[in-house]
Structures are given as C-alpha cells and as structure tokens.
Design a protein around this ligand. Structure first.
Ligand code: ATP
Ligand code: MG
Length: 436
C-alpha cells in the first residue's frame, strides 16, 4: 500500500469519545470509523487485521474437524418462536418487518437456524457427529455499546455448533473446540484462559469463557500461573486422540481459573500463594454444551442404530472475531501506538522514505516494496521525517525500514523492530530478508 494513495486517516489528537487504549488507537491509526452507536466501518488497514484473525480462527476450526458454511444475517421470527426464545430475547434483538408484514430479525446468534437446517438434512445416526461453523455479522442492541469494537452492536462472530448422538460424543466435541480455541489464541499472541462459566439449568462443568488478561477488561479474574507456561501448539495435545484430549481437558480444569462471578475463595486458598495470579480480563470466546435444548424443542431427531429416534446432543462455540482486534491491541501497545503480533499485522513492514524525490531514496524504497511483494506500507508522502516516524509507530507494523539520503548513498537502511524499538543499520537486501 502506497500511503500517498491510501485511506489511512490517522488522527494526532486523542479522541475524546474513547475511554480505553484500544478504542483510541483504532481510531487514531485509521482502522475503523463509527457510523452509528456501536456500529463501525472497517477501513483498509482494520479490515486486513480482521481478515487475518478470521484466517487463523478458520484454520483452527478446520483442523478441529469443523465444517465452514455461511448462514444469513436476517432470520425469520418463526424459528425463534419454535425454540421459545423470541419473546425471551427481549430488546437486545433487532426486529424487522418485511413488505409482506412478515416478522424477521437480525440474528444475534444462530442456534435456531442451524437446528432447522439440520432437521431438514440429517436423518440417520450414521450422519453424526458433525460440527458446523460460520463467521458472520451479528446484531445485539446492547444497552451500553462502548469501548469501540469491544462491545459493539454489530460485530463479527465465529459461531460453531456441534451435533452428537450422545453425551459422551458431545463431550469430545466440546474438548476439541476448547483445544482449537487455545491454539487460536496462542497464534494471535494472546494469553487466554478458560474459566468455568454458568451452565444455566443444564448444570455440569461444560461451559467456559476464554478470558484475555488486560487491565481494562470487564471481569475480575483469578487463575493459577500454570496457565502461563502451556504451549498449545507444541504438539503435545492433538485433536485426533481422545486420550490426548482427555489429558488436555483435565489440565485446563484442574488448574484454578475463575471470574469474579464464579470465584471460590476456599479453593483459591488451596492454590500455592506464589502461583496465584489476579487481574482483569476480556471475554473473547465462550463455549457451551446445552444437550437437547434446541433439538428437542425444534424437533430435530435422527434414526438410531436400533431404529429408534435419537435426539442429538448439541453445543455452541463462539469467538468474538471483531472484539479480538480490540483485545489484541489492549494486550500489545505502548505510549506511541499499536504493536501488532507478526501473525495478524495488517502488513509486515513500513518503508519510510525520509526524502521523497531523492533519486537514491526513491529507488531503494521501490526495491524494498517489490522485495516485500507489496506486503508493506510505503510511506511516500511529502511529510517531515518526524511525522513519518510517529505514524509508523502509531500504526504499529512489526518492522520499519527507514530509508534516508545518507544511508541510501551507500545502499544502507535502518531496520527497526517496533516491539523493542531496536534500530540497526544494514544493507537493504538484509533488511528485506529480516522482514520476510
Ligand atoms: P458478553 O458477556 O461480553 O456480553 P456474551 O456472553 O453475551 O458476551 P456470547 O453469546 O457468549 O457473548 O458470544 C460469543 C462471543 O462473542 C463472546 O465471547 C464475545 O467475544 C463476542 N461478543 C459478544 N457480544 C459482543 C459485542 N456486543 N461486541 C463484540 N463482541 C461480542
Ligand atoms: Mg458469554
């Protein structure tokens, strides 16, 4: 992206409407713009981050054996009457009437719709288990939308739904999703901890919220430091083997972790004092086993091996994809701006041309831009060096290749790592290699 011809409307001033760092930085770095309360347009840089997060979420869902599909945002009210949730959902649901006076709604979630699709499509026990997911916009008319994309009204969610023949199968699906989540969050450079959440009338221990630690989070959290050291990508845990999943799940549930709602002082007292961690956190995901709640009320059943009807056991699994953009920034920023993890940065590097119009500088910048195959922001604007440095730090790409007339004359540039601030002079070709 050539900055001179791109929509990256950065802001120098601190936006007064934003209360937390991620919201301020998303506005200041030109990632999003609010179009109505709690509703945002994603500008080119913000969209690239959103897409990168989606890609990682998708890869890990696929690896867990879930199948991607896409359900619409607008749903018929009729489906929600069948599950009994139409009235219950209350004013958070955006209700719409079409030209034929049919009641519709903008989906806040998709349990009803997926259950309807499955009841039309699967007939036999041989077709289960299955897990389906989609990444789709949701609308919830939140009382108090705030913190930018963290608590929006329109937001992007990955929601998955599992269908199993019995509870034992549902437990395996649940654990598999939990592992997929831990791998996803680690790849996003986040420390997320699964914390036991309310299961409502179903009971049991099969509901977890995934909490990312950040001082501005909405929940108070307590956890065992053991969670800090686990490598979920290391291959020790695998989706394939039920035994490994078992070991993974017991590790997740024997180490203490709870939000204030579920905090239990007596159990906490038994955690070794040196391992007690306390802080605030952001909920980035939620997984939930709910048995036959929807399959039963909506009439989903398949023929079992013995010819008798079986009512599938279901679970649902949500990740706040757009909220994660905010959460990643809360976890990775400094005074100067955002510090993107390599895995989801909108581009790898910023190329700062400190003297546009200088033949050597222009040439080296073009070489760098081509060398990075366009996976870079080329700051080719006729701005002062100070402005370019400040905006590059604000936007927060992992690397900066700084091209000034003195170095350019000798084929040298400065390579800066955004996270550490370290700057090293080197030949351009070496800088390009370091970034790729
Ligand atoms: P919260 O407790 O934060 O209101 P929830 O429990 O209502 O969330 P779920 O129904 O579990 O949310 O949705 C799954 C995920 O979607 C959440 O873990 C969160 O990451 C994300 N999410 C929920 N509501 C919002 C919102 N208003 N804006 C952005 N993301 C959201
Ligand atoms: Mg929740």
């Amino acid at each position: 992206m050539r900055l001179s011809r791109s929509l990256v409307p950065t802001i120098k001033e601190i936006p007064s409407e934003a209360q937390i760092a991620s919201h301020r930085l998303m506005l200041r770095a030109g990632l999003v713009r609010q179009t109505s309360a709690g509703i945002y347009a994603w500008l080119p840089l913000g969209l690239r981050v959103l897409r990168n997060i989606e890609r990682i979420v998708r890869q890990e869902q696929d690896a867990a054996g879930a199948q991607e599909m896409l359900m619409p945002t607008v749903q018929p009210a009729e489906l929600w009457r069948q599950s009994g949730r139409y009235e219950d959902y209350g004013r958070e649901m955006l209700r719409i009437t079409d030209r034929h006076d049919r009641e519709m709604l903008y989906g806040p979630t998709n349990e009803e719709m997926i259950t309807d699709i499955m009841r039309q499509s699967v007939k036999s026990y041989r077709e289960l288990p299955q897990i389906l997911y989609h990444i789709q916009w949701k609308f919830r008319d939140e009382v108090r939308p705030r913190f930018g994309v963290m608590r929006g009204r329109e937001f992007l969610m990955k929601d998955a739904y599992s269908f199993d023949l019995d509870r034992a199968g549902a437990v395996v699906s649940y654990r598999r999703m939990m592992l997929a989540y831990m791998r996803t969050f680690q790849r996003l450079g986040l420390r997320a901890i699964p914390m036991v959440a309310d299961t409502g009338p179903i009971g049991g221990d099969l509901s977890h919220e995934f909490i990312v630690l950040a001082p501005t989070g909405e929940s108070q959290v307590f956890y065992d430091a053991a969670f800090d050291d686990i490598d979920y990508l290391g291959g020790e845990f695998e989706h394939g083997s039920a035994e490994n999943l078992d070991r993974f799940f017991s590790l997740m549930t024997t180490n203490y972790a709870a939000t204030d709602e579920k905090h239990d002082a007596a159990t906490w007292d038994r955690v070794e004092p040196a391992r007690r961690r306390e802080g605030r956190g952001i909920e980035v995901g939620h997984i939930f086993y709910f048995g036959t709640k929807y399959s039963k009320s909506m009439g989903l059943s398949v023929t079992g091996a013995d010819g008798k009807p079986v009512i599938p056991e279901m679970g649902s699994y949500g990740v706040g994809v757009s909220r994660l953009v905010g959460a990643v920034i809360e976890a990775g920023h400094d005074e100067a701006g955002i510090i993107w993890p390599d895995s989801i940065a909108p581009y790898r590097a910023a190329i700062l041309n400190l003297k546009p119009g200088d033949a050597a500088c222009d040439r080296m910048c073009e070489t760098a831009y081509v060398g990075l195959a366009g996976d870079a922001i080329l700051d080719d604007r006729p701005e002062r060096a100070g402005v370019k440095f400040a905006e590059a730090d604000l936007i927060g790409l992992p690397w900066q290749i700084i091209v000034g007339p003195r170095g350019a004359a000798n084929g040298a540039v400065e390579l800066k790592r955004r996270a550490t601030g370290e700057r090293v002079e080197m030949p351009l070709s070496k800088a390009i290699r370091a970034c790729t």
